[in-house]
Design a protein around this ligand. Sequence first.
Ligand code: CA
Length: 219
Amino acid sequence: MRILYVEDEKFLADAVKHNLEKSGFDVDLAYDGEEGLNAAIKDIYDCVVLDIMLPKLSGIDILERMREKKISTPVIMLSALSEVEDKVRGLNSGADDYLAKPFKTVELVARINALARRPAAVQDRKISYAGLEYNIDERALNGVSMTTKEADIIHELLKTPEKVVKKEYLLSKVWGGEAYGEDNYIEVYISRLRKLLKELHSDVKITTVRGFGYKIIKG
Ligand code: CA
């Protein structure tokens, strides 16, 4: 499960990330509200954990903007024990759960797992770019389904359009531990994806940045 944890106390953030990873979660950290909101919008998570008191944007601001954008990922709010008012505001803004600080990681793990067991809300998990629409659940690009690895690659490229995605990063994301010595496979999949883009009559191209990686761009 992928978790986004937005927390400005770096020491706490790093410690909780470490413990959550030991429990088998994939954790992305953001250290301020803006960074947190960007990650919550751009990426797909199974659960978002938001501290309330954050620089730039509060946890409640992030939650409200996520819900405005119809992102229905379960959210757990964190706040100091005394801030009862924050709890009420958080839950009113559409948080799914609330945990008082200080907390034990086992408690947080239990809350995350409880939310994950809830029936998933029907949601549009899609990324759009320049006339392309990638459906994450169906692994389909403009309605055409792809193999798992093709889908994973296009997903990674579409997360940061017009920016170079490093080849090593793609290898580790898509092939994980099996990545060693498989760089040529990527080329094969990239050329299949280029063919698919052509078939879709898309203006979008995947360009090779020699010695570095790939990026997806408009025409
Ligand atoms: Ca804080």
